[in-house]
Design a protein around this ligand. Structure first.
Ligand code: SAM
Ligand code: SF4
Length: 336
């Protein structure tokens, strides 16, 4: 790498600038959502394969001069990784990192919300696909519904504002949850974000017919509760499109990855828990950064590996075409 391009931003061949890193801290999880993991006998990564907090911090510090300034911690379930707040504190101490978020299933959140907030975490998304406990168990194949609700309250009490709730929308399964979620957004002061079901399940059972589309949810909520109106002044490049009920109470976001892909403005790259760099959720190729971190590679070599990965990024995910090939890793192993 020449000294002249050492500090250029991470721009791909479509002109997209990459500033946003998703870090998966584990592929393990305490539940088994059917759209993300197999039901049983999951082959988890050996713990020695997981990047240490020090390795993650070094990777981030190498990427910061290339323009990285936002991070989201994910997994698997990130709160099953011991002492996650220690990693948060390490990352929060890097001045250029202006935003650290976490996506969690919330089951262990009541115990950790305060610690995480004190460590510097400010944004939290709790995944909850159903407000009916039986439906929750059908989807997650585990118990824990009450714990998730306790986790949401604990996060609010710890100071996270707003807490966002991610709900995967699945046709034939979660339609009865839409209206309760609309009321929940209005009463509990959380923002609900409906996510279109994507082909990242372990069982390869995704079908386009199972995707409950954002426009259908907007119609249902507008009819059954009151009209939803788009929030003014939104960042048009953000993955979520935000709406609010017309009386101003209750915010609903939509991540329409299938019906309205946001690939054209994607600014994200990812590192898996076992240290593989991925330039897209749906990428079929990975760069082995762990070998570099554990070998003799200097920072410039790692920075060049990041540049090369971004340079090779494809234009979009192709879910809506016959060319689409589902990645071998299911969602829990990539990091959602
Ligand atoms: N365990 C944490 C959780 O569930 O929030 C973090 C990891 S999870 C993989 C991150 C997000 O991806 C969750 O909101 C989850 O609902 C979502 N997700 C997982 N599989 C998905 C799929 N096939 N389609 C759409 N969203 C999915
Ligand atoms: Fe676990 Fe999150 Fe995947 Fe559900 S979506 S199985 S909570 S990693």
């Amino acid at each position: 790498m020449s000294a002249s391009n050492a500090l250029l931003p991470l721009v791909d061949s479509f002109g997209r600038v990459h500033t946003n890193l998703r870090i998966s801290v584990t592929d393990r999880c305490n539940i088994r959502c059917f759209y993300c993991m197999p039901a049983e006998n999951v082959q988890f990564m050996n713990r020695r394969e997981l990047l240490t907090f020090e390795e993650i911090e070094r990777f981030v510090r190498v990427a910061v001069p290339l323009g990285l300034n936002q991070i989201r911690l994910t997994g698997g379930e990130p709160l099953v990784r011991k002492d996650l707040h220690v990693l948060v504190a390490k990352l929060a101490a890097i001045p250029e990192i202006i935003d650290i978020g976490l996506t969690t299933n919330g089951i262990l959140l009541a115990d950790q919300a305060k610690l995480l907030y004190e460590a510097g975490l400010r944004r939290i998304n709790v995944s909850l696909d159903a407000l009916d406990p039986k439906k929750f168990e059908e989807i997650t194949r585990r118990t824990g519904y009450e714990k998730v609700l306790e986790g949401i309250v604990a996060a609010q009490e710890a100071g996270f504002s707003p807490v966002k709730v991610n709900a995967v929308a699945i046709r034939g399964l979660t339609e009865p949850e839409l209206v309760p979620f609309g009321h929940f957004a209005r009463k509990a002061g959380v923002e609900i974000r409906f996510i279109e079901f994507m082909p990242l399940d372990a069982d390869n059972a995704w079908e386009r017919e199972k995707v409950l589309f954002a426009h259908e949810i907007i119609e249902t909520l507008s009819r059954e509760i009151m009209p939803l109106v788009p929030v003014a002044g939104q960042n048009r490049n953000a993955p979520a499109t935000e709406y609010v009920f017309e009386d101003g109470v209750g915010r609903i976001g939509f991540i329409s990855s299938v019906s309205q892909p946001f690939c054209g403005s994607c600014d994200r790259f990812r590192i898996t828990a076992d240290g593989k760099l991925r330039n897209c959720l749906f990428s079929l190729d990975e760069t082995d950064v762990k070998s570099l971190l554990r070998g003799e590679a200097d920072d410039a070599t790692i920075a060049q590996a990041i540049r090369d990965s971004i340079a090779a990024k494809k234009e979009g995910h192709e879910i809506n075409t016959a060319r689409f090939i589902q990645p071998l890793r299911p969602m829990h192993s990539i990091g959602g």
